[in-house]
Design a protein around this ligand. Structure first.
Ligand code: SF4
Ligand code: SF4
Length: 436
């Protein structure tokens, strides 16, 4: 694709990067067929190729984008299915991230939209505040019919009960069981420990049982993905620097073999810290080092090797491949291989490349499209007739769980259970013959 940036514009490293990405696109349109919003809406402007043109024009003219442009960029899930499909290696992720930052810097959103985004960006990365907001949402439930559709969507996804704070989610070290094979830092995250603290608990049990020392580092917290995908670079980079600093202290202290992430949406962002901080001389090298160390928990367990199952489990597991894991990190084989090695009967979900509609805050900001994608995903999963559903990303678990009768659990909860851990609470209702 030809571009027409001036030399002065190309002196900006962000523009130079986007210019390189745009020039790689040959506008073949292969990506349109696998783009969830194009599949639903059939509008070229809601396809990757259409959005690439919109972002190119917006950056070249350096203009304030119009509401139409913002609408089509906002509808993008950042699922990155287009990057898996693209034969030319177009880095759509970095282009749309730049586009969103440009929109955030130049476009004034309507008041309600601005307020909702500010609320989400402020509350979700702060566990104490998020817990408080969830408590408040229970009081708001009876008034749901009176609220707008986005606030209704928020209320519908809030859990009925809020788990207690887990003792694992404070800075500490969990020693390896037996001889130490590795030492890792675990990103314990922001929203996940509030909504489902059992995932970090299962991850720590699984890793320590396999001879891995796990450190929850002081100063680490939200990865910044949520604000990054809203185009809010200042808080996103602040979060990235905080985590890089915390894990670098561990790396240069007792040493680290990996940084483990068990929410794939966060993992994709942490693996991109090196790029996000590339122009910051004080942080670029450290961030690149942390990104290179970062592994999804399934990726790490796959290289470590799973111990023999401690129990026989006759369950059909529909494996939902989170977009951030399969498209963002190109991890497709490992979670299924681990589940099979643990004794589960793993089922592939048709249209597995399509997003479930969760996509960070997408299901709150674009509830209609998110619901259509969720229902399509739920129907595809139900067609496999599973006993349970497994996924490696909390957002997908909440989204899919809101449309399916079957229990939805994290892959590590199943691996932990199979190798000697407790039964995941979501499976308590399953019949005894199915969970021997
Ligand atoms: S598949 Fe790649 S090269 Fe083709 S239009 Fe899409 S982004 Fe451009
Ligand atoms: S990231 Fe997903 S929704 Fe966005 S353009 Fe690519 S395929 Fe479409």
């Amino acid at each position: 694709m030809q571009t027409s940036f001036s030399l002065a514009q190309l002196a900006n490293p962000d523009i130079a990067e986007s210019d390189k990405i745009l020039r790689a696109c040959v506008h073949c349109g292969f990506c349109t067929a696998t783009c969830p919003t194009y599949v639903l809406l059939g509008d070229e402007l809601d396809s990757p190729r259409g959005r690439i043109y919109l972002i190119k024009d917006m950056l070249e003219t350096n203009a304030t984008p119009g509401a139409e442009v913002v609408k089509h960029v906002d509808r993008c899930l950042s699922c990155l299915s287009c990057m898996t499909t693209c034969p030319s290696g177009v880095n759509y992720m970095h282009l749309v991230d730049h586009g969103r930052a440009h929109i955030e810097a130049h476009y004034r959103r309507p008041l309600a939209d601005r307020a909702l985004r500010t609320l989400l960006a402020w509350v979700l990365p702060r566990p104490a505040l998020f817990r408080l907001a969830l408590r408040g949402s229970r009081l708001g439930r009876p008034f749901a019919p009176l609220l707008g559709k986005r606030l209704r969507a928020m209320l519908s996804l809030a859990p009925a009960t809020i788990p207690a704070v887990s003792p694992v989610d404070t800075p500490q070290v969990f020693p390896a069981a037996g001889a130490r094979r590795a030492r890792v830092a675990l990103l314990n995250g922001c929203a996940q420990p509030v909504l489902h603290p059992g995932i970090n608990e299962a991850t720590i049990r699984l890793l320590t049982r396999h001879g891995v020392e796990v450190v929850v580092a002081r100063g680490a917290g939200c990865c910044g993905a949520l604000t990054h995908h809203m185009g809010r670079e200042t808080p996103a980079l602040r979060a990235a620097r905080g985590n890089v600093a915390a894990w670098t202290r561990e790396l240069e202290g007792e040493g680290l073999d990996a940084v483990i992430v068990n929410t794939s949406g966060c993992g994709t962002t942490v693996k991109d810290y090196g790029f996000m901080l590339r122009t910051d001389a004080a942080w670029a090298d450290k961030a690149a080092r942390i990104s290179a160390l970062t592994k999804d928990v399934s990726e790490f367990m796959s290289s470590l090797g799973l111990m023999a199952p401690a129990r026989e489990i006759a369950l059909r597991v529909a494996y939902h491949a989170a977009c951030s894991l399969q498209h963002g990190q190109k991890i497709t084989r490992q979670p299924k291989a681990l589940l099979a090695a643990a004794g589960f009967n793993v089922l592939d979900v048709p249209e597995g490349h399509l997003c479930c509609g969760s996509a960070g805050t997408y299901n709150l900001l674009q509830p209609n499209l998110a619901r259509r994608l969720r229902d399509r995903k739920a129907a595809n999963i139900a067609g496999t007739q599973p006993d349970i559903v497994a996924a490696g990303n909390l957002g997908c678990m909440v989204q899919i769980g809101s449309a399916l009768e079957k229990p939805v659990v994290h892959t590590v909860e199943l691996l932990d259970w199979a190798t000697g851990g407790p039964l995941p609470p979501a499976l308590a209702g399953l019949g005894a013959p199915q969970r021997r």
